[in-house]
Design a binder for this molecule. Structure first.
Ligand SMILES: Nc1ncnc2c1ncn2[C@@H]1O[C@H](COP(=O)(O)OP(=O)(O)O)[C@@H](O)[C@H]1O
Ligand SMILES: [Mg+2]
Length: 511
């Protein structure tokens, strides 16, 4: 018994180690693969046999059994080809092939022994690094973009011979210019994107959006048509900081699995699905579950315009991912988990005609209509929203000073830095587990008492209390303060009052 050959399997975006072992004995001509392989893996048999033939390995009257363990997990895709080939070679070759447990092999095969790329390679690389592999052996793909900050060495290899040489530590060959796997960063030039400063007025809303961007908090905007809700949402992502390298790879991997186009960009994703979108396209799903819009918005923004037009069932399904930062899709065949940590921006009119509470026009809706509409619009997500902003139309007059996205981004970047160094795991204040937040946020005893008494008077729940701490922490981070300040608490309470004012109107309507 020697060391097993290791590869990586994926369940959604979660990777697990797959051990590949082979057994060869003299019996009859036969080649079987066991360990719940799907049709594409069963076809690996032909590719592996053909490569063995090309390598002049004689398997006459030999029974070869290849086992992929854990045996009870379904395996899919062609990425185990090369690992299976090495496992068989290890059994039949006289010379031992040294394998160490920090190396994994991810490659498909051609019939003549070249290593080939396969669908799911990028997420598999990303997960291999997360699983702690130190060396990842790959088909000839361009790893320069991927490999920059990864803790593992990514080694692209042209064919089986190079693979064996590499395992034996005889890497004397020079790689040709590798094929391009991912395009060099598609330059998303921020200069051409709409800028936050082009939105006139809405000073309060802009401040709220800056806090939301800095801490990953969820926002609802209501206001009459044409007041600038969609415009604020469209420019919101320009004030988000760049993604870090490992996040870039993670986001790219999700797009790769969903077969959606995305350059290897450091800008956070921005998704704005139409309200007619089905629950599956929003949440993810299908026979072989694919990531939905909420996962494509991972580490970025999900904008739901005309929130009231989305079906209630769909909005209900958003609640759990908003809390946990990931979504699990269960099907009869398999259950998969995709990451879904996004900042939700939602916009809605206040009533069917759009002018309830406006000073421009009279609202033509009945009180009952207004209530039903508001309830439908924000009801399902009400308790998950941190900010509810009531916007009114502003004049065309350009105010003297309107900050550019670039300037705001500097502040949100600084806030991100503080949060990363505080929580380690890449969490933001909006999503960090409550216990870690309380432990690390630097809230003094006086502040805790002050918050408790405010919540008691306002009849706010414990959840609201934690939300207050989250928002106050972000405000302090934006100001670069290590502790939560009085001003931060005061401002957080102000935002919560605005949100609960909206909640109250909604609640009174249910009677
Ligand atoms: N505050 C604003 N500053 C600049 N332009 C605005 C503002 N509000 C609205 N507009 C203009 O009106 C158009 C419609 O606004 P939009 O954001 O789509 O409104 P809403 O989504 O609230 O119905 C925008 O494309 C923009 O040209
Ligand atoms: Mg709009």
């Amino acid at each position: 018994m020697g060391q097993d050959i290791l590869s990586v399997g994926l369940e959604g975006m979660k990777g697990h180690i797959v051990r590949v072992e082979a057994n060869v004995r003299s019996d009859k001509d036969q080649f079987v693969i066991v360990g719940l392989p799907d049709a594409s893996i069963k076809e690996s048999k032909e590719r592996v046999l053909s490569c063995l033939h090309a390598l002049d390995v004689d398997l006459d009257m030999k029974k070869v059994t290849v086992h992929l363990s854990p045996a009870d997990k379904r395996k899919t895709g062609t990425g185990y080809d090369a690992a299976m080939l090495v496992a068989v070679l290890k059994e039949v070759m006289k010379e031992p092939i040294p394998i160490d447990s920090s190396t994994c092999i991810l490659a498909s095969l051609s019939l003549d022994g070249r290593l080939e790329s396969f669908h799911g390679l990028i997420p598999a690389i990303q997960q291999a690094v997360l699983l702690g592999f130190k060396r990842v052996l790959l088909p000839p793909v361009d790893v320069r973009v991927l490999g920059q900050s990864l803790t593992a060495e990514l080694i692209p290899l042209a064919d089986v011979q190079q693979l064996l040489d590499c395992l034996r530590g005889q890497m004397t060959f020079e790689m040709d210019v590798p094929k391009v796997l991912v395009k060099e960063e598609e330059a998303v030039d921020l200069a051409y994107l709409p800028d936050f400063s082009t939105v006139r007025g809405h000073k309060e809303a802009k401040r709220a959006l800056e806090i939301a961007a800095a801490g990953g908090h969820h926002v609802l905007m209501t206001g009459p048509p044409g007041c600038g809700k969609s415009m604020l949402a469209d420019t919101f992502h320009t004030i988000l900081p760049d993604l870090r390298n490992e996040e870039m790879l993670e986001v790219y991997s999700i797009y790769h699995l969903a077969k959606e186009r995305r350059g290897f960009s450091s800008r956070p994703p921005y998704r704005s699905p139409h309200h007619s979108a089905s629950a599956i396209s929003l949440i993810g799903g299908g026979t072989y579950p694919k990531p939905g819009e909420i996962s494509l918005a991972h580490r970025g923004v999900l904008f739901l315009d005309e929130l009231g037009e989305f079906s209630r069932k769909t909005l209900d399904m958003l609640r759990q991912p908003m809390e946990s930062g990931e979504v699990t899709i269960s099907r009869v065949r398999q259950s998969v988990t995709y990451p879904a940590t996004f900042t939700l921006l939602a916009a809605t009119n206040p009533c069917p005609c759009g002018y309830f509470g406006s000073n421009e026009r009279y609202c033509s809706c009945s009180p009952q209509q207004v209530r039903t509409y508001q309830l439908k619009a924000s009801g399902p997500l009400l308790d998950r929203l941190d900010f509810v902003l009531s916007l009114t139309s502003v004049g065309l007059k350009q105010e003297e000073h309107s900050e550019r996205s670039e300037v705001i981004r500097k502040r949100t970047e600084q806030a991100y830095q503080l949060q990363w160094s505080r929580y380690k795991g890449g969490w933001l204040n909006g999503t960090v587990p409550g216990s870690l937040l309380i432990e690390e946020c630097g809230l003094t005893k006086e502040h805790t008492e002050q918050l408790e008494s405010i919540c008691f008077h306002e009849k706010w729940s414990n959840r609201t209390q934690v939300k207050l701490i989250r928002i106050a922490r972000t405000i302090a981070d934006l100001a670069g303060s290590a502790t939560i300040t009085d001003a931060a608490i005061e401002e957080a309470v102000h935002w919560k009052r605005l949100a609960s004012l909206h909640h109250e109107t909604n609640r009174s309507t249910t009677i």
